[in-house]
Write a protein that binds this ligand. Structure first.
Ligand SMILES: Nc1ncnc2c1ncn2[C@@H]1O[C@H](COP(=O)(O)OP(=O)(O)OP(=O)(O)O)[C@@H](O)[C@H]1O
Length: 217
């Protein structure tokens, strides 16, 4: 479903990703594990086409997407939850979830929203509140809901558990378990295995921009 083939990427002329090879099979949940500054966000931004690699290929669903932009990703139903959530503070929760539908046509919009609310009833309960009224953890759930709006095939989650209080972390993990059971393909990053260990089918370690597969344990 997602492949990195010998990806090199630089930011402002500084090489960040070095010869990265990575494979996420359809229907699996794969972790990208590494400490701060290792290159996790850069990797996910490269999948999203927000950063163009200097060499190598990004293949999504069998298509070479290396030079395509975010709009083309949306057409392949790829969803992205950035680490910093990036909700629009003055919009309501529901408006934030619907933002991807403003830029791209989302098939079955109404039933997709209903499915998201069924998955996370607490989000429906605060759907008319403004995003700035929510706690950091609640905002993460909303950011996940927004990513699910477009991400019906592939979901990229950048440190979803970072800064989330324990109760909400457990809730987030249980939502991800449900998504896994539904067969969604997910690449998620975390600084260690604390929250994702029993969710992941496979993992890669990232260290100073180099990626190696983690042996199954
Ligand atoms: N805009 C930028 N300008 C210069 N260097 C950058 C920029 N963004 C990231 N970097 C550098 O790229 C490297 C990888 O950063 P990246 O954000 O991908 O790491 P990360 O593993 O996601 O860690 P974090 O959890 O801190 O975001 C770091 O060394 C960082 O300093």
């Amino acid at each position: 479903m997602l492949k990195f083939e010998n990806i090199n990427a630089s930011i402002a002329g500084t090489p960040i990703l070095r010869d990265v090879n990575l494979n996420v099979e359809k229907g699996t949940m794969v972790g990208l594990i590494g400490r701060n500054g290792a290159g996790k966000t850069t990797s996910l931004r490269t999948v999203m086409g927000l950063l163009k690699p200097t060499s190598g290929q990004v293949i999504i669903d069998g298509q070479d997407m290396t030079v395509e932009g975010a709009y083309e990703r949306a057409a392949l139903h790829v969803g992205y939850m950035p680490e910093d959530r990036r909700l629009v503070p003055d919009l309501t929760v529901e408006e934030n979830i619907l933002v991807p539908a403003w830029a791209n046509e989302i098939p079955n919009l109404t039933s997709r929203l209903a499915w998201i609310y069924e998955l996370m009833p607490e989000v429906e309960a605060f759907s008319s509140r403004r995003a700035l009224q929510l706690s950091g953890g609640q905002q993460k759930l909303v950011a996940l809901a927004r990513a699910l709006m477009s991400g019906s095939h592939l979901l990229l989650l950048d440190e979803p558990f970072e800064g989330v209080a324990p109760a909400l972390s457990r809730r987030l993990a249980s939502v991800l378990h449900t998504l896994k059971d539904e067969g969604l393909t997910v690449l998620l990053s975390e600084s260690d295995y604390t929250h994702s260990a029993d969710l992941l089918d496979a993992g890669y370690r990232i260290e100073r921009g180099s990626v190696t597969p983690i042996e199954q344990h």
